[in-house]
Design a protein around this ligand. Structure first.
Ligand SMILES: Cc1ncc(COP(=O)(O)O)c(C=O)c1O
Length: 391
């Protein structure tokens, strides 16, 4: 097959051509720095587009535009949220609560904070990846200043009970951050009903450009900036604005607001058909994480017994199918996925995990080709596999 069938959309998505079109003039004729908007009409024009982008993001989240701050992406937003709160409010306490299946951007930030004397407590997740809000309640003490729980997991698509956790934190006056990198632009979000104080998002996960994102910081919440400089973004994030990226992010947000419902339903239809056919055609294949209907609609994460995922991914790639083994950041890692480990999947099985994440540009007509390719490759790998014990 000459076409590439890209099924790794949780890793990154292709930039929507409408987003690129919107961005293009801001590389060349509209190149000005919005910081000089008071004196330059060109800067003013760029500034207006940046503010439109802020408004589009705010609308997507149910926030006010002045609660949105642009960053370089999900990693920076997570770092800003965790370190920004911890360093600003350490006089209130030194305990932070999270879960072990967070993205590395959160886990590594927490590790750094531990080095500064913060105490990190991890709430358990069950075999489907859900955290129990009661467990969070139990871990909270007078010293807890921050709870950070991701909205949906990037490997297994489990959607955490954010509203309930937000309520628990708000009632106790504890800051609550959610990494919503996998959900913004895909499913409805409302920062008010979620009771979040901080939320991270990234453009490239919802058909925007790479290297740009944003953080929502609820009005009145103070964070210590970790970039020193010219004081852009009200001092929260210094540095000349990535105007093209921000305008692309804004356009991606606008399109997501308009098309989310249809996109989610199309993506779910394709994911469900794929899973149905895989189960019918390939024996000993198991779902990782939440039940198929209570996870992100684009996510399928499976264990294929008796194989290793690297040769599978390479062979799929040779047939034009690109999928994932775990998170993109852990790709090529010889260590088993920390997410699958945390939900109790055995090491041998983890190495046979396949993550398929559907996007809006995938075509449902390709499902048969994908399943047939998968079936043939799995059969030949199992024939050679010392781990395959038969059906
Ligand atoms: C849940 C989650 N958080 C954070 C990130 C990091 O985002 P970015 O690639 O924009 O730095 C990712 C990217 O894989 C993610 O899936």
């Amino acid at each position: 097959m000459n076409t590439i069938i890209y099924l790794d959309n949780a890793s990154t998505t292709p930039t929507d051509k409408r987003v690129i079109k919107k961005m293009l003039p801001f590389f060349s004729e509209n190149f000005a720095n919005p910081a000089t908007k008071w004196t330059s009409s060109l800067s003013k024009l760029v500034d207006e587009e940046v503010e439109q982008a802020r408004l589009n993001i705010a609308k997507l989240l149910g926030a006010d535009p002045d609660e949105i701050f642009f960053t370089s992406g999900g990693t920076e937003s997570d770092n800003t949220a965790l370190k920004g709160i911890a360093f600003k409010h350490h006089d209130r306490g030194n305990e932070i609560i999270s879960i072990p299946i967070e993205h590395e951007a959160v886990l590594k930030s927490l590790e750094t904070l531990e080095g500064f004397g913060f105490k990190i407590k991890f709430a358990r997740v069950d075999s489907k990846g859900f955290v129990d809000p009661e467990e969070i309640k139990r871990l909270i003490t007078k010293k807890t200043i921050l709870v950070s729980i991701m909205h949906a997991n990037n490997e297994i698509g489990t959607i955490e009970p954010i509203e309930e956790i937000g309520k628990i934190c708000r009632e106790r006056d504890i800051y609550f951050h959610t990494d919503a990198v996998q959900t913004v632009g895909h499913i409805p979000i409302n920062v008010k009903s979620f009771n979040v104080d901080l939320l991270s998002l990234s453009a490239h996960k919802f058909y925007g450009p790479k290297g740009v994102g944003a953080i929502y910081v609820r009005k009145g919440v103070k964070v210590k900036p970790f970039m020193d400089g010219g004081g852009q973004e009200k001092g929260i994030r210094s540095g000349t604005l990535n105007t093209t990226g921000i305008i692309g992010l804004g356009e991606a947000a606008r399109l997501a607001s308009e098309e989310m419902e249809q996109t989610e339903s199309d993506v779910k239809k394709m994911r469900d058909l794929l899973w149905d056919k895989i189960q019918k055609q390939i024996p000993k294949v198991y779902l990782n994480g939440a039940e198929i209907d209570s996870r992100l609609s684009n996510n399928l994460n499976i264990i294929i017994k008796g194989i290793r995922n690297e040769p599978l991914l390479v062979a799929l790639n040779e047939r034009g199918v690109i999928a994932g083994g775990g998170s993109a950041c852990a790709a090529g890692s010889k260590y088993p996925s920390h997410v699958l480990k945390s939900i109790g999947v055995k090491d041998n099985d983890i190495f046979g995990a396949l993550r398929i994440t559907i996007g809006k540009f995938n075509k449902i007509e390709y499902v048969d080709y994908v399943v047939q390719s998968l079936n043939e490759i799995v059969n030949s790998l199992r024939d050679l596999s010392p781990f395959w014990e038969g059906e």
